[in-house]
Design a protein around this ligand. Structure first.
Ligand SMILES: NC(=O)c1ccc[n+]([C@@H]2O[C@H](COP(=O)([O-])OP(=O)(O)OC[C@H]3O[C@@H](n4cnc5c(N)ncnc54)[C@H](O)[C@@H]3O)[C@@H](O)[C@H]2O)c1
Ligand SMILES: O=C(O)C[C@H](O)C(=O)O
Ligand SMILES: [Mg+2]
Length: 512
């Protein structure tokens, strides 16, 4: 039921059909005279949009990649702001081409340039200045029902760091994937920015910055803002699901523990990433010609001990414990590195979340390894079956590291460069195949083209991005009416992916 009339409808992207309103509707809704007389069918509108998109592609050929991607994002964003029905139709039909524009990697560039790109607000903004007001503010949202919320505080946007209020692009992109991949009703999604300040000096000094210009709230002050937001959301929409996204590690873990048994929520970077990575790890076991149970025999080096890396380790160790029936030895195959190198029990001031994965010196001395050993030392000595990067550091899998993977104990070593966006990937697909050899199983967080290996051979690139999991988690939770989201649900999703061939090159098409 549309309660609006006339120009209000034309300015509402939920209901606007532009020139597509038939004459009967134009009369009923008070639109007669507000549109050119000719009625254009939905199919014609669709063709017109795609033609303008294609001519933009033609006209920007040869220009720098960032310029072209932003131009594509702008044309899609304008349609999103004008006519959501048409926007989601073109998005769904062209998801392979448009996902890298409305989602990773272009969304990262959009967040970095948000002040300049801003035309219309999308979603809701709760700031440090709204304390005590959130319960009434939540009723300002025009939709009666909201099913899916993606929430960020902008403190760790992809591998780009603290982008403050500009991080709103991430919830918007994630929710577009919910609509396109899981069929969630676009009128029931809500992107949210929790603006508690920023520690990004450049933004604080930027006159055009649109967020609260103060350092980030910390401690109890911070938590009281998130608490108030969660109470407000679940008071108005008790059946909603809240996805936490791109929170810096300390708050990612703390909020997950704080809310996971009280509210229907999950942290995508910790849990969604873990589900996708585990599916990939299990897929790699099979790609190497082994049985699934051989997963526990693999040596896996994880580079990055943040919310994502530790999430992956937690879920992988749980899976290994289940498969081997032995939780004592389940951490043995995993080697964890952070910015200070190999993490061992000798580490001073170890993060409690990383502590379970710290190596005993007695277990690694035989390999000639020590506390803080470098990545190249670890790869050379461990000869891992899998090298998995979630460090946010572009190029850290450099030539020497990749060449060392040729000596892996596996004839088909797996290299997962999962950091985003493209510039932050641990290596490119081309470098991986060039230096580590043609037999590798390669996956990356941001999309890369398949690699031409010559002689008609192709190095296949798989995408290991949590976008393959979170839409299904949200939809499954919604349909089942689950009250909370458990690790078991994430594990089941990841095992489903494994049995449905994550490493099939057509996988992404099949999924969509
Ligand atoms: N592909 C996906 O689906 C996916 C999902 C989540 C996160 N990510 C990406 O993973 C990256 C990390 O995310 P996060 O939330 O864990 O961040 P984080 O800031 O919590 O953790 C980063 C970790 O990397 C470590 N690190 C930094 N420099 C290093 C170096 N030189 N060598 C080894 N380790 C180093 C840090 O010590 C820290 O432990 C980001 O780029 C993010 O975009 C990808
Ligand atoms: O946003 C993405 O593309 C994946 C992931 O959530 C990330 O933070 O990098
Ligand atoms: Mg994320």
């Amino acid at each position: 039921m549309v309660h609006k009339r006339g120009a209000d409808i034309l300015h509402d992207p939920w209901f606007n059909k532009d020139t597509g309103f038939p004459l009967t509707e134009r009369d009923r809704l008070g639109l007669r005279g507000l549109l050119p007389p000719r009625v254009i069918s939905f199919e014609q509108q669709y063709t017109r949009f795609m033609e303008s998109y294609q001519s933009l592609e033609k006209n920007t050929k040869g220009q720098p990649e960032g310029v072209v991607s932003l131009a594509k994002w702008r044309i899609l964003n304008r349609l999103h702001d004008r006519n959501e029905t048409l926007y989601y139709r073109v998005l769904i039909d062209n998801i392979k081409d448009f996902a890298p524009i409305i989602y990773t990697p272009t969304v990262g560039l959009v967040c970095q340039n948000y002040s300049g790109l801003f035309r219309r607000p999308r979603g809701m903004y709760f700031s440090a200045k709204d304390k005590g007001e959130m319960m009434s503010m939540i009723y300002n949202w025009p939709a009666q029902q909201v099913d899916m919320i993606v929430l960020t505080d902008g403190s760790r946007i992809l591998g780009l760091g603290d982008l403050g209020v500009q991080g709103i692009g991430i919830p918007i992109g994630k929710l577009d994937m919910y609509v396109a991949a899981a069929g969630i009703n676009p009128q029931r999604i809500l992107p949210v920015m929790l603006d508690v300040g920023t520690n990004n000096q450049k933004l604080l000094e930027d006159q055009l910055y649109l967020g609260v210009r103060q350092p980030r709230l910390e401690g109890e002050e911070y938590l009281s803002i998130v608490d108030e937001f969660m109470e407000a959301v679940f008071t108005r929409w008790p059946k909603a699901i809240v996805q936490f996204e791109d929170f810096q590690m300390k708050w990612a873990f703390e909020t997950l523990q704080r809310y996971r048994k009280r509210f229907c929520m999950f942290n995508d970077d910790v849990q969604g990433t873990a589900g996708v990575a585990l599916a990939g790890l299990l897929g790699a076991v099979r790609a190497q010609g082994w049985q699934l149970a051989d997963f526990v025999k693999q040596k896996i080096v994880v580079v990055g001990a943040g919310s994502a890396g530790l999430g992956v380790l937690n879920m992988s160790v749980q899976a290994a414990a289940r498969m081997s029936g032995n939780s004592e030895t389940a951490t043995k195959p995993f080697f964890l590195l952070d910015k200070d190198g190999l993490v061992t029990k000798e580490r001073k001031h170890i993060d409690p979340a990383a502590a379970p994965f710290a190596k005993n010196l007695s277990d690694i001395e035989g390999l000639g390894l020590r506390e803080g050993a470098s990545l190249i030392e670890v790869v050379k000595k461990v000869k891992p079956h899998v090298l998995l990067g979630l460090s946010g550091v572009g190029g850290i899998f450099h030539e020497e590291v990749l060449k060392a993977m040729r000596e892996s104990d596996s004839p088909k070593p797996a290299i997962f460069a999962m950091s985003n966006p493209t510039m932050n990937a641990e290596c490119t697909a081309t470098d991986a195949f060039k230096h580590a050899g043609e037999n590798i199983v390669f996956a990356s967080g941001s999309p890369f083209e398949n690699v031409d290996l010559g002689n008609g051979k192709v190095g296949h690139v798989n995408q290991a991005n949590n976008m393959y999991l979170f839409p299904g988690i949200g939809l499954g939770t919604l349909l089942s009416g689950a009250r909370i989201i458990t690790d078991g649900m994430l594990q089941a999703a990841s095992e489903w992916y494994n049995t449905h061939n994550v490493f099939d090159p057509c996988f992404s098409v099949l999924f969509m």
